[in-house]
Design a protein around this ligand. Sequence first.
Ligand code: RUQ
Ligand code: CUA
Length: 664
Amino acid sequence: MKKLTIGLVAVSAAFLIMLTPSCKPKNAGSAVNADAAAKAYVAPGKYDEFYNFVSGGFSGQMSVYGLPSGRLLRVIPVFSVDPEKGYGYSEETKPMLNTSHGFVPWDDLHHTELSQTNGEIDGRWVFGNANNTPRVARIDLTTFRTAEVIELPNSAGNHSSPFITENTEYVVAGTRFSVPADDSNGDVPINTYKKNFQGSISFISVGKEDGKMDIAFQLRCPGVNFDLSHAGKGKSNGWFFFSCYNTEQANTLLEVNASQRDKDFIMAVNWKKAEEYLKAGKGRKQAVKYAHNVYNEKTHTATSEIKTEVTVLDVRELKDICYMIPCPKSPHGCDVDPTGEYIVGSGKLAALIPVFSFDKIQKAIADKAFAGEYDGVPVIKYEAALHGEVQKPGLGPLHTEFDGKGNAYTTFFVSSEVVKWNIESLKVLDRAPTYYSVGHLCIPGGDTKKPNAKYLIAYNKITKDRYLPTGPELAQSAQLYDISGDKMQLILDFPTIGEPHYAQAVAADVIKNRSVKFYKIDENANPFVSKGEGNTKVVRTGNRVDVYMTCIRSHFSPDNIEGVKAGDEVYFHVTNLEQDWDVPHGFAIKGASNAELLIMPGETQTLKWVAEKPGMFPFYCTDFCSALHQEMQGYIRISPAGSNVPLMFSTGKNLPAADSAAAK
Ligand code: RUQ
Ligand code: CUA
């Protein structure tokens, strides 16, 4: 016992020094000169060259920036409610956040992944992961809205996700936490981890035309922590690579207990082989529960369906699906170069970067160059898979992207820098400081076959002293580097929404001309639509009141409603009749325990409001839509529960008696 305690203390102290970013890079203040600033300058009214899709971390959202300016263009609500847009508050969008646990209003989005065709970004969709309650979302890049969310059974901490194959056949998600399978008894002692806990990797198929997601199959794997992954490409298409940590299978104080082994693993998965086994009927049907939520562009309404079955292939029985490759030490990033030949593992605690060769891995498998098995999975000998090691690259390597010219760029959290090195020669070529403690990085197309290596963006965890103080919490940040020359040059800092993890970027031309400008009112199939002011009405059914309302610059119809009683459940179904770009209207009502609606042209959205007590309740448009926006308002009168005020609604008619007489 005493020995163990000493061991723990010694190890902890060493880690603390390793993991605490201590060294502040020199010249932190003067690193950007005027010439550099000009490179990030985009004149007013001019468009940026790139879209940058940045994960929001614990904000649960994804934000879109223009590069090189760093201008924030949009925050896309994905896994968290967003009162600004009514996402998760309107009746139409609530089902998007349904799960097998019920309505979940928040999550933690770490990775963004743009869809690809032939290994190049095609600009159709961007995917994001929910880390906490495991889900994957697909965002449609014609509308910049979340189109679909699928929950993942047998998972917990969906971190190694979402990563896609080179033709977007699959979006793949590995579980961070191993847990007992969903159909087994989870009520077991935690220290039976080795016996009862399992890893799981989900292969989600993506519809070629419509992008629709479905869990094609899951792989049941050894009980470790899956951290990150990337698909093979080119010659290694058909394979997937996952970094694994906690191969010690510790269930407590992982900081120490999951850092014992000198090497953990990168797990190589032959998914084409898995498909063959699936076809041959080797999968086991497992009873599970998961939500599948789809937003329908015609009805402007999401539906949520609970699914009950998944097909599982066990890699410990089907021996030639998975292979473990030893990788020093608690690998985080797992990145594949544009040719598909090199796989880079970034051991958070390693003093070097190992680079594995796909050809050598194939040869090692053919030659059975194995060093035994790990929990039923063959372990390839380290040397047999290794292309080579980058020596003394920096401290705390995390993630790598590529420039398509034979170079790799790796982030170092502890030494706060990005390091450029040559993949073939493994020589370090350049290093640039970050401010501070960089996590992910992004080169446009930097994980595809065709990087567009003009810029590199570093996403930093700590900004201490970089911006004006804002109390105890400081913004995280991104930093933009020009990498078109031999040396990286820092040209811009900009704060980000939430905590950025992975991000991707693509040339603006790939996306910008396909943007939806408004929804066609004729095609609006929302069951509560009013396709013109003549169709508006208020309908009572018991204590439910449906208000079929329209809005157009600058009034609501109806804008006077009477005869609604305390305790009634009122549904405002607001249709925006505008047929022009960039003319949303908002809808908000006093005292609502809800958010606003923000309704796009041609769309219908519904706000539920319970009339809690008698009185006069104004509502108004929240989006400054015209010179008479401030006139865009109305009243709903609430009478006591037993009252016999008749149900009435009107626009422009309900004038005082004397005035209407005078008008005649
Ligand atoms: S992580 S900062 Cu959640 Cu992708 Cu590496
Ligand atoms: Cu509509 Cu302001």
